[in-house]
Design a protein around this ligand. Sequence first.
Ligand SMILES: NC(=O)c1ccc[n+]([C@@H]2O[C@H](COP(=O)([O-])OP(=O)(O)OC[C@H]3O[C@@H](n4cnc5c(N)ncnc54)[C@H](O)[C@@H]3O)[C@@H](O)[C@H]2O)c1
Length: 262
Amino acid sequence: MKVALEGKRALVTGAAQGIGEAIAHALAANGARVAYADINGELAQQTAAKVEGAMAVTMDITKKDSVDRGVGAVVEELGGIDILVNNAGVNTAKHRVNIDKFPLEEWQRIVDVDLTGTYLATQAVAKAMIAHGAGGRIVNIASSLGIVPVRLQCAFIAAKGGLVHLTKGTAIELAPHNILVNCVAPGSTLTAGTKGLYYGENASERERAERLLSHVPLGRPGTCEETAHAVLFFCAPESGYITGQILAVDGGWTAGGFFRDF
Ligand SMILES: NC(=O)c1ccc[n+]([C@@H]2O[C@H](COP(=O)([O-])OP(=O)(O)OC[C@H]3O[C@@H](n4cnc5c(N)ncnc54)[C@H](O)[C@@H]3O)[C@@H](O)[C@H]2O)c1
């Protein structure tokens, strides 16, 4: 997808790798100057170094001081922020258990990053956008599991479901400033971190992957670039009348059809 983002300044959280990296690269490829923000500052540096005119910023989105400092540095370096993509997120592979056994520390870790982090980054960037008076675009990266919950992931589904509602509420609040807030909800997406989940190396992993993908109507995981395209759509100048919307990029998973032989 080609969109005209020349002269725009973008901040992407969790941009050091995975979906965030693809989003940041896509914004840059379409003309934006991009700040690659990540808690892993060293990796963010390496990733941003691949792109001319990009900058890297070390930012822990769960800490207000760190977010305010990071956003301040980006505003100073780029002269403002027109686009914020709240992408950084975590889940748990270790604690796939029912809520009665789900550890409080794990709940807090996930909700802190996936929900509170987006609140903190949005707050800091919205202040800068409002002060600048030129509007802006905010895109939150939730998950298909924020639309349709599953078992054994109570913290993730609650945080991502919260993001879906936060998107709509923030869109209403920031509309008078012409700041448009939308949400992309990826489904199963192939990254270095999730590769084993979809293309496992041993027989039991492969069996599990097959089962997982059998619930996806398109029968395959999505790519990071496919999610990045949806973000570009929300950032395009032509999308100026779209706010408070949720776009699933999930191969049809949230459309239903989970019971193949029903
Ligand atoms: N990959 C998938 O299948 C999938 C599916 C649905 C939703 N998502 C969502 O997409 C987003 C990106 O996922 P991904 O698979 O690329 O993840 P990833 O683990 O590959 O990358 C996430 C990045 O976020 C950074 N990060 C973690 N905590 C942070 C913090 N406190 N402050 C700043 N940065 C932090 C990490 O260092 C990492 O670089 C997440 O919000 C995730 O929940 C992913």
